[in-house]
Ligand binder design. Sequence first.
Ligand SMILES: NC(=O)c1ccc[n+]([C@@H]2O[C@H](COP(=O)([O-])OP(=O)(O)OC[C@H]3O[C@@H](n4cnc5c(N)ncnc54)[C@H](OP(=O)(O)O)[C@@H]3O)[C@@H](O)[C@H]2O)c1
Length: 304
Amino acid sequence: MKLLITGASGLLGINLAMEALREHEVIGVHRGKLKSAPFQVLNVDILKRTELHSILDKTQPDWLINCAALANLEECEKDPFQARRLNTELPGELALACEKRDIRFVHISTDAVFDGTKVGMYTEEDEPSPPGIYSQTKLDGERAVRQANPQAIIARVNFYGWSLGERRSLGEFFVTNLNEGKNVNGFTDVVFCPMLVNNTARLLLEMLQKDLSGLYNVVGAQPISKYRFGVEIARTFGLREDLISPRSVESSGLTAKRSHNLWLSIHKLSTDLGHEIPWFSTGLAEFYTQFQQGYPQKIRSYQH
Ligand SMILES: NC(=O)c1ccc[n+]([C@@H]2O[C@H](COP(=O)([O-])OP(=O)(O)OC[C@H]3O[C@@H](n4cnc5c(N)ncnc54)[C@H](OP(=O)(O)O)[C@@H]3O)[C@@H](O)[C@H]2O)c1
């Protein structure tokens, strides 16, 4: 299959491209960061409608996975206009353009569409209650995609992994800071379901291959607090866990409101795929193996 990935320089985009490359032809769309990636790249401003239509006509992909977003919660609070442009309008435009050309479309959404007040896990049936600009624009993006392209896959994700930067994902944040002997905070009152981004990528590809459509939670199989996540990383990498201070997110000084409970059910995903979702410990072990094998340096060498 020919796969077009927007946001190919991002945490998900680059890892998805690396995974997809094993079996598919990959074309990554970026805005100038990638220089020597092992897949074809196109430097295109996807916010310009004419350019967007032109790359679809030129490349004629079978699948498009939209990994472009304004994914930083604090940035979204500062620039709601850009957040809406990237997280709501662009997904809707891409979904429609794909629908018209018979291209299968995958939109990446977020676990953060929930305010976290539910006791227990959220299913795909639960009514979202976005607590900030990021989550509201992402939810509106889901709605725009569903309206334009009912067959699209909409995946609510949460992942960590190696990126082109050194602190982009929470996993990298802990490894990099603890490695430098720095004190960091770990939130004890934010529970989420982190998945190694390579597993997220493999599951998305499998969902496309199985011709699934509609809304899915694509997150890790176990809920864990952000503090505990840091401790597990420290133990796996042989770093000092005492450098991580257990704290409440309410004392973090962050502008964007964070949800306390982002435990999402993966029952629908595992049922429709017909197998279990990788366990947290399996993903963490692979995160460490990637580190030992120089995977972070490898992908970072693909940028300018
Ligand atoms: N990280 C998580 O755990 C998490 C959790 C929930 C949901 N998600 C969702 O997963 C998806 C991927 O997130 P990520 O963590 O991979 O994000 P990321 O690392 O910030 O990557 C975002 C991508 O979008 C591109 N982009 C940003 N502004 C752009 C613009 N104006 N024009 C064109 N491209 C632009 C970036 O390009 P540059 O590299 O050039 O900036 C980058 O390739 C997003 O939809 C996000 O909402 C992520």
